[in-house]
Structures are given as C-alpha cells and as structure tokens.
Design a protein around this ligand. Structure first.
Ligand code: UD1
Length: 341
C-alpha cells in the first residue's frame, strides 16, 4: 500500500498526503521544495500521527528519481502534483513551464514503466475547457486551445498520459480541479502563496488580516446575476479525498478504460461577490474591496458537473463555501500568529 506523492509538501499535495495516511496508505513524498517548506512534513505528522517518508528531489533530475525508486522498490501507486502553476509567469517564461511540467511528467512515467507501476493519478485543471457554452461542464466537453502555457502543459500531459495508457499497462485517472480553496481544519497546513497572490481566496484572507490594503474585484459588468465572474470553489480537503478514491478505483480493476478523466468540483457556481460575502459572514470582518476592471484571460463562468465522479468514484464534495472561507481564515490567522511570535 505504498503511494508516492510528487509535490506532497505543496498546498493540494500536503492535504492529499494526510488523506492517504488516514486511509491506511504508506506515503512517500517527493518534492524539490521550490514552492513549499520542509516543515510541512512536521505538520502532516502532527495531524495524522504518522511521519511520511520524504525525499527532496526534482523530477527533472533523472538520477535523483532513479535513486528514489531504488530506495522504495515496492511503490504501488503514484499521485503526481509537482508542477509550476502560476498562469501569468507561464506566459512570461513558457519554456520553464514546458520543461518542468511536461519534462518532469515524462521522467516520472519512465520510472513507472521501468518498475512496472501501473496506477497513476494526475493533477489536471478545468482550465482545459476554456470558456464553455453549456453549464455545468461535463467531461465530454471538448478541451479547447489553452489560454496560457500553464494550461497547455495540463492539456499536453493529459494527451501524453492517454498515449502511454494505450501503449502500456498504465492506468491513469486525471482529475480536473475547479477552484481549490480552504485549508485543513487543524490550521496546520494550507496554502502558502509566494509574493502577491493571484487567486481570490488568499487575496481575501490577506486583505482581511491587513497584509494587503484592499481587494480588487476584477470586473462587475459580466453577464452574470451580480456582474462578477462565477467559479466552482472546492474545499481542498474534499479535493484531497478524491485522489484516494481515484487510486482505490484503479486498484479494484473493475474499470473498463485505462485512461479516464473526472471533474472535481462542487457542482455549484459562486460569484466573486458571493465569495466575499461568505467570507465576511463567517469571519465577521468587513472586507475592504473595490470594483476594478476585468482581468485579461478570465472566463465569465464555469462550474462542474460532478456526476461522473459520484457515480464511478463514489466521491462527492461535502463542504460548503462558508466552510471553505472559515478554514481559509483560520489558516491565515494561524500564519499571522506564527509570524508575530
Ligand atoms: C486560476 C487559473 C487556473 C488555475 C486556478 C488555480 C487563470 C486565468 N486561471 O483560476 O488556471 O487552475 O487559478 O487555483 O489565472 N478575482 C478577483 N480579484 C482578485 C483575484 C481574483 O476578482 O484579486 C476573481 C477572478 O477574476 C476570478 C475569480 O476571482 O473571477 C477567481 O480567480 P482565481 O482565484 O485567480 O482563479 P481562476 O482565475 O478561476
């Protein structure tokens, strides 16, 4: 029951490590710590009572990967998060994104092939759908030309995984995440954005705590009920649990396809203003926000149909938007306390 989790000290990765441990798996984390902190491993141990194995390695470094797989010869499953994820940066530095996100995935797949490891879960994104006409979006919706090199790396990786499934015994589940938010209830792990956050949730909590002066709502003239964009905000713990379900699905060998994709969201869309109001309600903090102009590249609205994940994986999001905001706020306050101390 050994599972290797690349990017396991990152935001989604760390929550996923905890869920696998709680489901009885032995976890090996591989992370290069470029975008995360080593003490995340201590915090995982505090939550689960079990220290995961932890190897610092970069997926671009084949020799390092070879060593990891030699060190743990009985890995049965791999969950792959390690990748760059900043949309804007990917536009500035496309080669960096293609090299790391695609190159790293290829190196990892070579290891799987060599060691006959067949179960693989890939961290994909709803960004592959672009702007859609029919909502909620199902997995049958064709993917479109990616809006950024980051998005394109997700699309290309899905395609290369499909090809590798056709050519080998590899079995893959790609999970297309909608908008992950929130933090673990313990407030011991959560999102640690580097620099000024681009995403809405950390910007809200950083503004509320006083780290940012004000939040700008990127446009209120969209064709939506309150004029602001609509997304499907999914609690990171719910999202983490989907990975365990995906591995269990691959393990029980009843699946008919070697490659499958699942949307992982709540099935409900919320506007930017609804998110702000949910935050204000649970935190009791009046948020300093203003309406600004539209942000380039934003789709108007997208939310998931998660019926496929419910019917096939037996997974369903359980947490509310309020719970997402509550846990994100608890985490932000915890970070603030740690900084003051
Ligand atoms: C973004 C990425 C997506 C990635 C996801 C990861 C883009 C175009 N897409 O999604 O590929 O998978 O993050 O979480 O960057 N907003 C504000 N003010 C802010 C920040 C955001 O109004 O300061 C609004 C945005 O305009 C958007 C919504 O909040 O309508 C959500 O934005 P964000 O959290 O950045 O996520 P996405 O853009 O949906």
């Amino acid at each position: 029951m050994k599972v290797l989790i690349t990017g396991g000290t990152g935001y989604i990765g760390s929550h996923t490590v905890v869920e696998f441990q709680q489901a009885g798996y032995e976890v090996i984390i591989v992370d290069n710590l470029e975008n995360s902190q080593p003490d995340v491993v201590d915090h995982i141990e505090k939550i689960s009572g079990i220290r995961p194995h932890f190897e610092i390695a970069d997926l671009r470094d084949k020799q390092a990967l070879i060593s990891v797989f030699e060190m743990y010869p009985d890995i049965k499953h791999v969950v792959h998060f390690a990748a760059y994820k900043a949309v804007g940066e990917s536009v500035q530095h496309p080669l960096k994104y293609y090299e790391n996100n695609i190159g790293g995935t290829i190196n990892l797949l070579e290891m799987l092939q060599y060691h006959h490891i067949n179960n693989f879960v890939f961290s994909s994104s709803c960004t592959v759908y672009g702007e859609v006409n029919n909502l909620p979006v199902t997995e049958e919706t064709p993917s479109v030309k990616a809006m950024s090199p980051y998005g394109n790396t997700k699309k290309i990786c899905e395609e290369l995984l499909m090809d590798q499934c056709n050519a080998s015994n590899l079995r893959v589940v790609s999970l297309r995440y909608f908008n992950p938010v929130g933090a673990h209830d313990s407030a011991l792990i959560g999102e640690l954005p580097v620099g000024v956050p681009n995403n809405l949730a950390p910007f809200i909590t950083q503004t509320a705590i006083g780290k940012r002066l004000s939040l700008t709502v990127h446009g209120n003239d969209y064709p939506t009920p309150d004029g602001t964009c609509i997304r499907d905000y999914i609690h990171v713990v719910d999202l983490a649990k989907a990975h365990v379900k995906a591995i269990q699905y691959l393990q029980n060998k009843n699946h008919t396809q070697n490659y499958s994709v699942f949307n992982i969201g709540t099935g409900k869309g919320n506007s930017v203003l609804e998110v702000i109001h949910a935050f204000e309600k649970v935190s009791g903090v009046k948020l300093n926000y203003k309406i600004g102009s539209r942000r380039e590249g934003d789709v108007v609205q997208i939310y998931a149909s998660c019926d496929k994940a419910t019917n096939i994986l037996g997974w369903k999001a359980e947490r509310s938007l309020e719970n997402c905001m509550e846990s994100a706020w608890k985490w932000e306050k915890h970070l603030n306390d740690v900084m003051i101390r």
